[in-house]
Design a protein around this ligand. Sequence first.
Ligand SMILES: O=P(O)(O)O[C@H]1O[C@H](CO)[C@@H](O)[C@H]1O
Ligand SMILES: O=c1cc[nH]c(=O)[nH]1
Length: 258
Amino acid sequence: MTTAAATPLPLTGVPRTGLPPYAVVVGDPARAATVAAFLEDAKEVAYRREYRTFTGTWRGLPVVVSSHGVGASGALLLFQELAQAGVTHLIRLGTAGAIRRGIADGDLVIADAAVRDDGVTQQLIPAEYPAFAAPEAVLALQRTARAAGAPHHRGVVWTRAAFQPGFLPLPVEAYERAGIAAIEMELSALYVFAATRGLVAGGALVVDGANADELVDEEATGGYDPHRTVVADGVARGARITLDALRLLATDVPAQAG
Ligand SMILES: O=P(O)(O)O[C@H]1O[C@H](CO)[C@@H](O)[C@H]1O
Ligand SMILES: O=c1cc[nH]c(=O)[nH]1
């Protein structure tokens, strides 16, 4: 007979307790497997819906790797269950479209903060509340990206619920002029979630093209294609950088959580 304590958490299927405190979270379940392939003793511990979770060890540090799917609303459910199961440090290794000039495909954008256009956190806490990374996570990512010799940039990113525009105007031009680095769909929710619960969060985004808004004209652009070698190489580089950053957080920079 299954005891309540042995029952996995309902949405993601992760064990109720006992996950390592350090997690890499990614959008794509296939990317979770890609990152897990870098670990020693990688083990898939759950796969429900878009949520695929592995545990393993990176250079002596036990870690979790989980996917959260596309969109902040579903991603929050993963963050919630990971935290419930023992995770205190989360770095999102995502993909993003570049907005700021000088950021190339495959480069890493380390996000200091995110514009809260995620479509869900507005229902949780007033819009004036900021979405910011833990400074120690940003510095750890910057340090490991530098050490890896990886092209990287720091900046504010735009987390937007709508992948592509519809019939209403969006403030793309204003954000371009304001120097926003890149656009993606989940990071502001992670930052708000972590900051309001005393957890440590950061984000490293691999650029997979220009903001998808500019790719609406498929005939002119060839469409949106994140499945290129330059992106896969960026993800592989980003995975090591992210895992190394978690290791730094676990060793050099003492945990701030709690
Ligand atoms: O590649 P991931 O991590 O999913 O990140 C980006 O890619 C998806 C859009 O295609 C959104 O989830 C966006 O945030
Ligand atoms: O959310 C995303 C991800 C990649 N490119 C974009 O334009 N948006």
